[in-house]
Write a protein that binds this ligand. Structure first.
Ligand code: FEO
Length: 387
């Protein structure tokens, strides 16, 4: 795509990566992604905010072909999907300075070859005058690396946020509509959720700015920033919803019977419930629901004395993403012995949760086993009363 105007003197650059399907070798990208950069012209100086992933770097260079002057390259975040083209851009514009937080400059210097006399560190709230346009740099660490900052373009009331508020969404639209909600929530779940306490503080710093536009480094920009600011406020808020997730595997049907009973019982109580057969579930579907679930019930046959191996990544990821969970339950079916609970709980030390009464069933579930599942439904319903 070509450079596109965002506002007078401000343009989008970068690449829409329609076909990328995996990020960090882990996260599914069902909707592709984009790597956004932004060109801001003042009456004296020109700034390029972020670059692009090197795999799409040729697109950025084509977009810059008729841009004779860049005085500042601003880096909000050192991760290579935005910084990877910085050495090439600095080579193209030999008088340009690389502007970033001191920590970001250190990380960039670790990650790539950058001449040290090109660096211009900025402190929190430092400003740069482009001539009639002022860039104010606000340090907002841990979104989602420690060096991150955002840039406030005061005269235009536009906030450039790096990854914060981003979405892995390839689209020809420059600006977001409501279809961005799920990709943005998935992005929050997988990238930002572990840092939600800090993000809540960043939201408090952003609110008084009342931005009229938010431009991120992934996905479309927000012309109506209230949409994404309100969504983030809800996602980082302390109280989870009246929602239960049931990640499970069933090898010969017994665990499936337990899951079906649990799901039906919770639904009858008006509790939102999402079963995830982990043999067919994409991680991102589960991650989105982790944003506001109150309870997760793991269900598995005993497999070599522990849980089925398909449950291990789910427990590990749930621990790493640090969702708002309050309760965790376990249901297992077994033939001669073993336990799923101990090894799964050992994978989730970050989760400050109450463990619900486990259900353990030998062979095909009988009437008293189903009654134990019903009792788990009662226990969850009672714990969820205040939600
Ligand atoms: Fe999109 Fe953390 O880089």
């Amino acid at each position: 795509m070509n450079r596109r105007p965002v506002a007078n003197g401000i343009e989008w650059l970068g690449a829409v990566d329609w076909n990328r399907r995996l990020f960090d070798g882990l996260m599914p990208l069902p909707d592709g992604t984009s790597y956004n950069a932004w060109l801001i012209r003042g009456s004296d100086k020109v700034a390029l905010l972020d670059t692009a992933d090197p795999s799409t770097g040729h697109i950025l260079l084509e977009q810059l072909a008729d841009v004779p002057q860049v005085d500042y390259v601003i880096s909000h975040h050192a991760e290579q999907d935005h910084s990877g083209m910085i050495p090439t851009v600095l080579a193209k514009y030999p008088d340009a300075k690389l502007v970033a937080s001191p920590r970001c400059l250190t990380m960039l210097s670790d990650l790539m070859e950058i001449l040290q006399d090109r660096l211009l560190p900025v402190k929190d709230n430092d400003t740069l005058d482009l001539g009639g346009r002022t860039l104010k740099f606000m340090h907002m660490p841990w979104v989602h690396w420690p060096e991150t900052m955002v840039t406030w373009l005061e005269e235009d009331k536009i906030l450039f946020t790096g990854d914060l508020f981003g979405s892995h969404l390839a689209t020809s639209s420059l600006f977001a509509d409501e279809s961005v909600y799920e990709p943005a929530k998935r992005y929050y779940a997988e990238i930002m959720m572990p840092y939600r306490a800090l993000i809540a503080k960043h939201l408090d710093k952003i609110a008084p700015l009342a931005p009229e536009m938010i431009c991120t480094t992934h996905g479309p920009a927000y012309k109506n920033p209230g949409f994404i600011l309100d969504a983030y406020k809800e996602w980082v808020s302390a109280e989870p919803k009246n929602k239960v997730l049931v990640p499970y595997v069933s090898m010969h049907g017994s665990t499936q019977i337990l899951v079906d009973r649990l799901v039906a019982g919770l639904a009858d109580r008006g509790i939102e419930v999402h079963p995830f057969d982990l043999t067919v579930t994409d991680l991102d579907k589960l991650s989105i629901q982790l944003v506001d679930a109150a309870t997760v019930v793991f269900a598995s046959p005993v497999f070599l004395n522990g849980p089925h191996p398909m449950l291990i990544p789910t427990a590990y990821i749930a621990n790493a993403l640090k969702p708002k969970l309050k309760y965790v339950g376990f249901m297992q079916s077994y033939s001669w012995g073993g336990k799923i609970m101990d090894s799964l709980t050992s994978l989730m030390p970050n989760l400050k949760v109450e463990v619900l009464t486990p259900v353990s069933v030998k062979g095909l579930p009988k009437a008293d086993d189903l009654a134990a599942v019903d009792a788990l439904v009662d226990e969850i319903a009672q714990r969820h009363e205040s939600l």
